[in-house]
Design a protein around this ligand. Structure first.
Ligand code: FNR
Length: 367
């Protein structure tokens, strides 16, 4: 169907399900074991209601904000997702192009299909467009140091260290299907191939990830990141959020990896509420982002009201990439438009006007 008939994130998903190869669909859409966390990610947003304030002048609204001090047109970013070349040969290069058009920040995965330099140069260039790096730390630490040096020289502006994937989840849809065409990441060098346990791409491409990585490695990561801000992605408890603040990182992404790793791990929204209850002071020392299940402008607005600086959107961008750079730009416009509608209906004209009083979280407060 033509792009102008796609009016929400679910339309992109439905087209992808019908048109991509079974293996690509299995890798992109799958989640861990019984898919409970993936489904809960959506349900958590459904259980938060608005407390809209009315009779305000909402003629013009502004969705611009800053993430780690970098300007963005919208308070959401393109979450790092591996092997974007599986759905479109241009992969991350097309994402960079579409993201540049709409001023949305793209986080480049360590398991990207294309080299970082090609991705950055496909967009508006490092002066005009912000990209961040997602980091999987390699058992060969020298390779990680080289990757960070390369990322910095390509103009990437921050490092999102993924901390919830020392091991990949058991993603059964992905395990059952053999890898038909072996794929290789141009950034990490990881290759998918079949083994005795099946063809699970997440697992096969994560074999180089260092399972010894721990809090005491944070100073080392800082030392090889050349001064770039550090964000920990995958935090799931207030206790770890507090540790992140103590270790002096600039941000955390509350995330259960789109439900792909530990099944029945909490939706990020629950962790966000837990932080409000247990250690609200950390909002003063680092930025908090959330991801998982964000499919609507209302979801984005709820997260911002509850203190998130921005949110990450994962699978929808993969499905939009089916339509190339234009699809990426179109999805961004859809989410931005839904967010603007929500802001107007809640009586908010710019993002400094969000606050917890605009949402009713009673249904999930007891958790
Ligand atoms: C991911 N995610 C991910 N995260 C990461 O830190 N490094 C990576 O390489 C990947 N790769 C990846 C591949 C695919 C196919 C998916 C769907 C996800 C997780 C991603 O960054 C994010 O946390 C979730 O996708 C957010 O959930 P939604 O928006 O997909 O529901």
């Amino acid at each position: 169907p033509p792009l102008d008939t796609i009016i929400n994130t679910f339309d992109f998903e439905a087209v992808a399900e019908r048109t991509v190869t079974p293996k690509t669909w299995a890798f992109y859409s799958s989640a861990a074991t019984d898919l409970l966390s993936m489904k809960l990610n959506r349900r958590a947003f459904d259980r938060v209601l608005f407390r809209p304030r009315l009779m305000r002048n909402v003629k013009s609204v502004d969705t611009r904000t800053k993430i780690l001090g970098f300007s963005t047109g919208v308070p959401f970013f393109i979450a790092p997702t591996a092997m974007q070349g599986m759905i479109n040969p241009d992969g991350e290069k097309a994402v960079a192009m579409g993201a540049g058009e709409e001023k949305v920040i793209h986080i480049i995965s360590t398991n990207s299909s294309h080299p970082i330099s090609d991705i950055v140069s496909s967009g508006k260039g490092p002066e005009q467009q912000t990209h961040f790096l997602q980091l999987y730390v390699n058992t060969d630490r020298q390779k990680t140091a080289q990757l960070l040096a390369n990322a910095k020289s390509c103009g990437l502006k921050a490092v999102f260290v993924t901390v919830d994937a020392h091991i990949s989840g058991k993603r059964e849809a992905d395990e059952r299907l053999k890898v038909d065409v072996p794929v290789r990441s141009a950034v990490s060098g990881a290759i998918s191939h079949n083994d005795k346990k099946g063809g699970g791409m997440g697992r096969l491409m994560g074999l180089y990830i260092d399972r010894t990585l721990n809090w005491e490695d944070i100073p080392w990561i800082k030392s090889v990141a050349g001064g770039l801000p550090i964000v920990l992605k995958g935090i799931q408890t207030a206790a770890d959020a507090r540790l992140a603040a103590e270790y002096g990182v600039q941000g955390i992404v509350l995330s259960n990896h789109g439900g792909r790793n530990l099944d029945t791990s909490p939706p990020a929204l629950y962790t966000l509420l837990e932080i409000h209850k247990v250690c609200p002071e950390i909002f003063n020392s680092l930025e908090v982002y959330i991801d998982g299940g964000i499919r609507r402008g209302t979801d984005i607005f709820k997260a911002l009201c509850l203190g998130a600086t921005a949110v990450g959107v994962g699978r929808p961008y993969l499905y939009a990439l089916n339509y190339g750079a234009e699809g990426v730009a179109h999805l961004t416009q859809i989410l931005k438009d839904e967010l603007e509608t929500t802001m107007r209906m809640c009586g908010v004209t710019d993002l400094s006007g969000v606050h917890p009083g605009l949402v009713n979280t009673r249904e999930i407060d007891a958790l």
